[in-house]
Ligand binder design. Structure first.
Ligand code: S3P
Length: 429
């Protein structure tokens, strides 16, 4: 297994980086481009491993997708253009691919089998397979459809009225995608507001979705029309550099083209509450997904409580918020975040385990963690556990550590940020 040595930085971070495309929006652009009628051109698509898995699955379903340097071109033929795959669909490490794909395949009158990597094999699928079965899809898999490998034979779908037991954009999106193919009106009630990229994309592709507070209504049988998509930068990737600049003394950096969809900006709210020094200049507001540039400087920080409805709006940022909290004055408490246990790794365990190795004062709780701030990080040997966000968090921690940090399995980072180390090094010089 690969191991890299990361040196602490002697000076502040300076410079500007262009944040790579949003992972959630990149996945959805391939999926919507595939189920719409016509040619969809996607600019600033994220070529991370997860999104490449989505492209590979849709090619196996018969969709022609061309990849150029600057854009992705998808030749969609509507839901009916998808064909029974003669190969197994492999989603790799991507939870978004498998869950949203199940929603699409639930309405397709053919058989598919789906696998993923070791981590996907441990992630719960019942949250989508159960409501999709109740709509009429035939799904089987290990432990009665809880884990991959899964098989699915879709077909005629009845609409459902569903109260979601978890706050999850993946579950919501799978049900919306199935609802688009059902006979009648599907109603989904969210537990807390989660990212709304699917809803925005339906409108962008000429469809309709109605939202009333946490209730989403979608009519079946809609025809989607191809649309050009400009993918904004991923705030979940920007988060690593927001925290880096906040905690490395004498830093000032600019992050260009960061997605600022309000269902994703929980990290900015929490950093502001902790005393971060950040300025946002929003781009033209004509895009279907808002974006802007963020300038951030080092500042002193104080601990806070992260809980409740903000959790789904920063769920992927909790590992890096934990690192931020080690450098704040006082204690930070993260709660209502038991969903972290079913991410690419159990992120309560992996964050606590790896930051403890670097000298942080952090303890796991049943639904989050408690971090005592003001600690000096030591060096040491740590591991990404094959989880991209744990790998990036540890690489940012190394900037402040007293000694060298050895990071095991840094390759995992290419799942969402293939250029991560180039960007990091450019800010160090
Ligand atoms: C995602 C939703 C979130 C998030 C994941 C991407 C999406 O997962 O953690 O990285 O693109 O819809 P959940 O829906 O399971 O919370």
């Amino acid at each position: 297994m690969e191991l890299i040595e990361l040196q602490p930085t002697m000076k502040g971070l300076k410079g500007m980086i262009e944040i790579p495309g949003d992972k959630s929006i990149s996945h959805r652009s391939v999926m919507f481009g595939s189920i719409a009628q016509g040619v969809t051109r996607v600019t600033n698509f994220l070529p991370g491993d997860d999104c490449l898995s989505t492209i590979s699955c849709f090619r196996k379903l018969g969709v022609v997708i061309e990849e150029n340097d600057n854009e992705l071109i998808i030749y969609g033929n509507g839901f009916d253009g998808l064909k029974e795959p003669d190969e197994i669909l492999d989603v790799g490490n991507s939870g978004t691919t498998i869950r949203l794909l199940l929603g699409i395949l639930a309405g397709r009158p053919f058989f598919s089998s789906i696998i993923g990597d070791h981590s996907i094999g441990k992630r719960p699928m019942t949250r989508v397979t159960e409501p999709l079965r109740s709509m009429g899809a035939q799904i089987d898999g290990r432990n009665n459809g809880e884990f991959t490998p899964l098989s699915i034979r879709g077909g005629h779908l009845n609409p459902i009225h569903y109260n979601m037991p978890v706050a999850s954009a993946q579950v919501k999106s799978a049900l919306i995608l199935a609802g688009l193919q059902a006979e009648g009106e599907t109603i989904i009630i969210e537990k807390a507001e989660s990212r709304d990229h699917t809803e925005r994309m339906i409108r962008k592709f000429g469809g309709q979705v109605h939202k009333n507070d946490r209730e989403i209504t979608i009519k079946g049988g809609q025809r989607l029309i191809a649309s050009d998509i400009l993918v904004p930068g991923d705030i979940s990737s920007a988060a690593f550099f927001l925290v880096a600049a906040a905690i490395v003394p004498n830093s000032e950096i600019v992050l260009k083209n960061v997605g600022l969809n309000p269902t994703r900006t929980g990290i900015i709210e929490i950093m502001n509450k902790m005393g971060a020094n950040l300025e946002i200049s929003q781009n033209e507001a004509d895009s279907f997904e808002p974006a802007g540039d963020i300038t951030i400087k080092t500042s002193s920080l104080r601990g806070t409580v992260v809980e409740g409805d903000v959790i789904p709006r920063l769920i992927d940022e909790i590992p890096i918020i934990a690192l931020l909290a080690t450098q704040a004055e006082g204690t930070t408490i993260i709660k209502d975040a038991s969903e972290l246990k079913v991410k690419e790794t159990n992120r309560i365990d992996t964050v606590v385990q790896e930051l403890t190795k670097l000298g942080a004062s952090i303890e796991a709780t049943d639904d989050g963690m408690i971090i005592h701030g003001g600690t000096t990080l030591t060096g040491g040997k740590v591991s990404s556990h094959g989880d991209h966000r744990i790998g990036m968090m540890l690489a940012i921690a190394s900037l402040l550590s007293k000694d060298i940090v050895e990071l095991e399995n840094p390759d995992a980072i290419s799942v969402s940020y293939p250029n991560f180390f180039n960007h990091l090094n450019s800010l160090k010089n």
